[in-house]
Write a protein that binds this ligand. Structure first.
Ligand SMILES: *[C@@H]1O[C@H](CO)[C@@H](O)[C@H](O)[C@H]1NC(C)=O
Ligand SMILES: *[C@@H]1O[C@H](CO)[C@@H](O)[C@H](O)[C@H]1NC(C)=O
Ligand SMILES: *[C@@H]1O[C@H](CO)[C@@H](O)[C@H](O)[C@H]1NC(C)=O
Ligand SMILES: *[C@@H]1O[C@H](CO)[C@@H](O)[C@H](O)[C@H]1NC(C)=O
Length: 370
C-alpha cells in the first residue's frame, strides 16, 4: 500500500483554472485498495501509466470541514478514451481529456467528479495492432462501478471517444460477448446507472479503411475490432468488388447487409440503451472515419437509438474530442446544446431517413462550424 501512496504525490498540472493532479488522488487509490482484486484494472492503469495515465478522486480529504461534504454534487463523469490515446495529455497524438477537465472545473466540478484511466498502448505506431479485449471491457466496467460506489451517486455520465465509444457501450450493457478467442461474461446492464451517454466519433459499424485489402489482416480490422466486410455493388465481379470496396463502403448511396465486425454486431444487435439520454456526434472532416461517416450505408458514429445526433462540419478525429468541451458539458447537464453562439453558421433539425436506415434519430443538429 505504501508503494501506491508514495507514488501519488505531486504531478500537478496547472492552468488558468488552477491545478489538477495527473493521477488518481490518494483518497481514491485508498478506496480502490479496499477491494484490490476487483479494482485490479484501475490499479494497474495507475501503476503502469505514471505520467498522465489516470485522474479522479477527492483531494481535500485532510480538510475536516470539506470531508463532511458529499463527494459528489454533479453526476460524476467518466471519460473513456480511444485507440492509442491516453487519459491525459501524453503526446501530440494522445491528448487525453485535459481540455474537458479544465472546462468542467471552470464550471464548478471537482476532481472527485471527473474520472478516467488509460487502457492500451499510448503509441500511434501500434494503433493497427489493437483490438477489443474482454480485459478492457471488464476493466472499464469495474471502473464505472467503482466510481458509482466511491461517489455514492445514483448515476454517472459517460463521455467516450472513438474506440472508447464501443468499450464504454460494452462495459455498460454487459451480458455475454463472443470474441474470436473466447467468451466474455460481463454481468447485468448498468444502463439504469447512466444518465447521459455521449459517444464522440465512434465506429459502431466498422471503419471503411478496413475494407482496404492490405489492412484487413491487422487486428484493428478484425472481427474483434472494426472490420466492415465487403459487399457486391451493381453486379461487380469479385476482383472489382474487392478493389472498389473502400470507396463503396464510404459512399452515401450504397447499402447492403454486410458482415461487419462480429463484436460490433453483437453489441448493436442487443439493441439496448446505454443510458437515459444517448448522444452520438461525428464530423465531416474526420480523417479516420471518413467525411461521409458511412460504413456500407450506415452512419458509423450513430449509436442505435440515439436521442440526439450532432454532425460537426470541420473538425478532425481528435479535434471533435478536444474542441467541443463546452458542448460536452452542456449535453451532460442539459441534455441539449446551446447553438445560439456566434461562430455557428448553420443549424438544421432535419435529416432524411435514408441516411440513417437503422433508426432515425429523434433530433439532428448539424453544425458546420463551432
Ligand atoms: C501535451 O503533451 C506533450 C508531450 O508532453 C507536450 O509537448 C504538449 O505541449 C502538451 N500539450 C498541451 C496542450 O499541454
Ligand atoms: C512506439 O512503438 C514503436 C514500434 O513498436 C517503437 O519503435 C517506439 O519506440 C514506440 N514509441 C514509444 C514512445 O513508446
Ligand atoms: C456465443 O457463442 C456461443 C457458442 O459458443 C453461442 O451459443 C452464443 O449464441 C453466441 N452468442 C452470441 C451473442 O453470438
Ligand atoms: C453513388 O453515387 C456516385 C456519385 O453520385 C456514383 O458515381 C455511383 O455510381 C453511385 N453508386 C451506386 C452504387 O449507385
Amino acid at each position: 500500500m505504501m508503494i501506491y501512496l508514495a507514488a501519488v504525490a505531486a504531478l500537478l498540472l496547472c492552468s488558468t483554472v488552477g491545478c489538477f493532479q495527473q493521477r488518481f488522488s490518494e483518497h481514491f487509490v485508498e478506496f480502490l485498495l479496499n477491494n484490490e482484486e476487483r479494482n485490479e484494472f484501475a490499479l494497474k492503469s495507475f501503476k503502469e501509466y505514471k505520467h498522465a495515465g489516470t485522474f479522479g478522486g477527492r483531494v481535500d480529504r485532510d480538510d475536516e470541514e470539506d470531508s463532511e461534504k458529499p463527494i459528489s454534487r454533479h453526476d460524476p463523469v467518466i471519460f473513456v478514451h480511444g485507440n492509442q490515446e491516453s487519459a491525459l495529455n501524453f503526446s501530440a497524438t494522445a491528448t487525453g481529456w485535459n481540455n474537458q477537465i479544465e472546462y468542467f472545473l471552470s464550471k464548478g466540478y471537482s476532481m472527485a467528479e471527473l474520472h478516467g484511466l488509460t487502457h492500451g498502448q499510448r503509441n500511434v505506431t501500434v494503433a493497427l495492432s489493437n483490438r477489443f479485449t474482454c480485459e478492457v471491457f471488464r476493466g472499464v466496467r469495474r471502473h464505472i462501478e467503482s466510481v458509482l460506489h466511491y461517489t455514492q451517486s445514483p448515476k454517472v455520465d459517460i463521455i467516450s471517444h472513438s474506440m472508447g465509444v464501443t468499450i464504454a457501450r460494452a462495459a455498460i450493457i454487459g451480458g455475454t460477448l463472443n470474441f474470436s478467442d473466447g467468451v466474455c461474461h460481463l454481468g447485468h446492464s448498468l444502463a439504469s446507472k447512466v444518465d447521459t451517454f455521449l459517444g464522440i466519433a465512434g465506429a459502431n459499424y466498422g471503419v471503411c479503411y478496413c475494407a482496404i485489402q492490405h489492412l484487413m489482416g491487422f487486428e484493428a480490422c478484425s472481427h474483434d475490432a472494426f472490420a466492415t466486410g465487403v459487399c457486391q455493388v451493381n453486379g461487380e465481379n469479385d476482383e472489382t468488388m474487392t478493389a472498389h470496396a473502400p470507396l463503396h463502403c464510404a459512399a452515401e448511396n450504397v447499402s447492403c447487409d454486410n458482415n461487419y465486425a462480429s463484436i460490433l454486431r453483437q453489441i448493436n444487435e442487443r439493441n439496448e440503451p446505454c443510458g437515459d439520454f444517448t448522444v452520438s456526434t461525428w464530423s465531416k472532416q474526420d480523417e479516420i472515419l471518413g467525411g461521409t461517416n458511412m460504413a456500407w450505408g450506415k452512419k458509423t458514429s450513430h449509436i442505435p437509438n440515439s436521442d440526439l445526433t450532432i454532425e460537426y462540419g470541420d473538425l478532425t478525429h481528435s479535434e471533435i474530442k478536444d474542441l467541443t468541451s463546452r458542448h460536452q458539458h452542456e449535453l451532460v447537464n442539459m441534455h441539449a446544446i446551446n447553438v445560439e453562439v456566434p461562430r455557428i453558421r448553420h443549424a438544421t433539425d432535419t435529416i432524411t431517413a435514408a441516411t440513417t436506415p437503422l433508426t432515425a434519430p429523434r433530433i439532428v443538429i448539424s453544425l458546420l462550424s463551432i
